[in-house]
Design a protein. Structure first.
Length: 89
């Protein structure tokens, strides 16, 4: 357990930051899920708009430090490949 004031403050800051990051990760999952649902439905237009929103949310998380840059890029790339596969079919 932290004893000095600086360590106690650090614990408070980490707890606050953890809550914010949890909310951001949850938002990412929501947008990705919407995209996947549009893919399952075969809705190309809906999937395209959902992809744009999911990509934006993933890159925002990268900018905020919730995700690593390469992780965000990899996820966007995989979503784009799925969208392309739907468009071709």
């Amino acid at each position: 357990m932290a004893n000095n004031p600086g360590a106690k403050k650090s614990i408070r800051k980490i707890a606050r930051r953890t809550e914010v990051n949890k909310a951001r990760r949850s938002r990412i999952r929501t947008f990705v899920r919407r995209f996947e649902e549009a893919l399952q439905a075969g809705d190309a237009g809906g999937a395209r708009t959902a992809f744009t929103e999911a990509q934006s949310e993933l890159m925002r998380a990268v900018g905020k430090g919730v995700l690593h840059k390469n992780t965000g890029a990899r996820k966007v790339s995989r979503l784009a490949a799925q969208l392309k596969k739907l468009s071709v079919a």
